[in-house]
Design a protein around this ligand. Structure first.
Ligand SMILES: [Zn+2]
Length: 96
C-alpha cells in the first residue's frame, strides 16, 4: 500500500524523539512511569518514565545512530553522519 499524501515513507509511524528510530510496533514504544506506552520515545531510550541513559549527549547520540544507520543501510559512515546530524538535534529530547 502506498502512503497517502505527503510522500513521507514513515507517515503514520511515530518516531522516537530521542534516537529517531521509527516505532512500527507497539513493542518499540517506551514506557511511562505508570506503565503506559509512550509514543514519544522508544523502548531503548525510555523506560518507566526515565531515559535509559540520561547522561548521553547529543553528540554521542548522533555518533551512535550514524554508526547503526551506516551498518543497516550499508552506506559510508560519513554519509550516515551527515544525515543524522541534521536529524537528531531537531528531536524533542535535544531541542532547546
Ligand atoms: Zn529511541
Amino acid at each position: 500500500m502506498p502512503c497517502q499524501g505527503s510522500g513521507h515513507s514513515s507517515c503514520s509511524k511515530p518516531m522516537c524523539q530521542s534516537c529517531a528510530m521509527p516505532m512500527c510496533e507497539v513493542a518499540h514504544f517506551g514506557t511511562n512511569k505508570d506503565g503506559s506506552k509512550s509514543d514519544t520515545y522508544c523502548c531503548y531510550c525510555y523506560t518507566k518514565g526515565a531515559f535509559t541513559d540520561p547522561s548521553r549527549t547529543v553528540d554521542q547520540m548522533i555518533d551512535m545512530v550514524a554508526t547503526k544507520m551506516a551498518e543497516m543501510k550499508k552506506m559510508p559512515k560519513e554519509r550516515a553522519y551527515s544525515i543524522v546530524k541534521n536529524m537528531i538535534p531537531n528531536l524533542k529530547r535535544w531541542k532547546k
